[in-house]
Design a protein around this ligand. Structure first.
Ligand SMILES: Cc1ncc(C[n+]2csc(CCOP(=O)(O)OP(=O)(O)O)c2C)c(N)n1
Ligand SMILES: [Mg+2]
Length: 361
């Protein structure tokens, strides 16, 4: 009889222990990776439906086919680590515990959304979860990540930061400056390149003469070429990079090759992608691949998918019941400075350090 494995609920990110150990992934973790990819795809698919129903302002952007990268990297982080995800990286938010209803509420600009209806629908971060939302200017978030990593190093805090960017963004100066500085100061940064081989309609061959993964060497740190459609490979590479970062060995570039199966936005039919390429990559779907692995281990993968469907249905009802933000209220999402997830130990440690310094003076 097939076993049904349950994964941690979305509000329970993996413990420090799961990401510290070099041991092979436990079956529960392998199932959790599948579940988070399903959640990622399902929350985005539902967002697209809501968009077509006129519930989501602006355009709509998803990451269909790329889910293994944000999920695999985020799962390797500890709660105390930080992330600067791109606007499509819902897996990062979900793994770090942001509830699907709050993401759907965010898409629709509702008061119950992550930024309480106060920011553009996809440019959001939840400081409680250690996620800094992106700004539209590509490449800029690498410099924000650098600031976070510099602060962690100066304060002696045991944390790293994962910053995500596309192949197109690697042509921006900010990425080079960030990599140079991070390499020089051995900062605890995971540079996560989501190489989907296109920057909007521009193919990689028209973007750079040398693949960006070769550039890391010039800045004095390693790059790892990762199959971006294999969530376990992404997890393993991120876990190794995190270990290096926390050991003071500096940054790593995780160059994750993938192909997004949807266009740049809901308005884009991606006619610029050769059909044969789409067909080839459809056969490498990250969810189907993880399901195949787990089916072979007798996991009831249909039950995992069914549970996620139920979760998203309930989240949709919850989000649709959220009111629009009141024009009377100020900007609560920015006015508060909540302690981020997993920081209790670090805060206590910094407090002890401050006392010590005062005592010395
Ligand atoms: C500095 C800057 N230039 C141009 C844009 C417009 N723009 C938005 S997304 C995009 C393509 C991004 O390609 P890539 O970095 O490969 O990310 P992908 O969407 O493929 O994940 C462009 C040119 C921008 N947001 N910022
Ligand atoms: Mg791209």
């Amino acid at each position: 009889m097939a076993r049904t494995r349950t994964a941690p609920p979305p509000s329970a990110p993996p413990s420090d222990a799961s990401s510290e150990q070099a041991a092979p992934l436990a079956l529960e973790d392998r199932v959790a990776l599948l579940r988070f990819m399903h959640l990622h795809r399902a929350v985005e698919s539902r967002g697209h439906v809501l968009y077509r129903q006129g519930q989501v302002p602006g355009s709509y952007y998803d990451s269909h086919g790329q889910e293994a990268i944000p999920v695999g990297v985020a799962y390797a982080l500890s709660p105390r680590d930080r992330a600067t995800p791109l606007h499509r990286d819902m897996g990062v938010h979900l793994v770090r515990g942001t509830e699907p209803a709050r993401i759907l509420g965010q898409y629709m600009g509702r008061a119950g959304g992550v930024t309480e209806g106060r920011d553009a629908n996809l440019h959001f971060g939840d400081p409680r979860r250690g996620c800094v939302g992106m700004v539209s200017a590509l490449g800029d978030m690498a410099c924000v990540a650098l600031g976070i990593a510099t602060a962690a190093k100066l304060r002696g805090e045991p944390r790293c930061v994962a910053t995500f960017f596309g192949d197109g963004a690697t042509s921006r100066g900010d990425i080079h400056e960030a990599m140079n500085w991070a390499g020089l100061h051995r900062l605890p940064v995971l540079f996560v390149l989501e190489d989907n081989q296109f920057a909007y309609s521009t193919p990689a061959a028209e973007q750079f003469a040398v693949h960006p993964s070769r550039r890391a060497e010039g800045y004095g740190f390693p790059a790892v070429d990762v199959d971006g459609n294999d969530v376990e490979a992404v997890f393993a590479a991120a876990r190794d990079a995190r270990r290096r970062a926390l050991a003071g060995e500096g940054p790593t570039l995780l160059s994750c090759r993938t192909l997004r199966m949807h266009g740049h936005g809901a308005h884009d039919d991606m006619s610029y992608v050769p059909p044969a390429m789409l067909e080839e990559w459809a056969g490498r779907d990250p969810i189907a691949r993880q399901e195949e692995r787990l089916r072979a281990l007798d996991v009831d993968v249909e039950a995992v998918a069914a549970e996620v469907r139920e979760t998203i249905d309930a989240a949709t009802q919850e989000a649709l019941a959220m009111p629009m933000p009141s024009p009377e209220t100020p900007l609560p999402a920015f006015a508060e400075a909540p302690a981020p997830l997993g920081d209790d130990a670090a805060v206590a440690w910094i407090g002890a350090l401050a006392d010590l310094e005062r005592g010395d003076a």
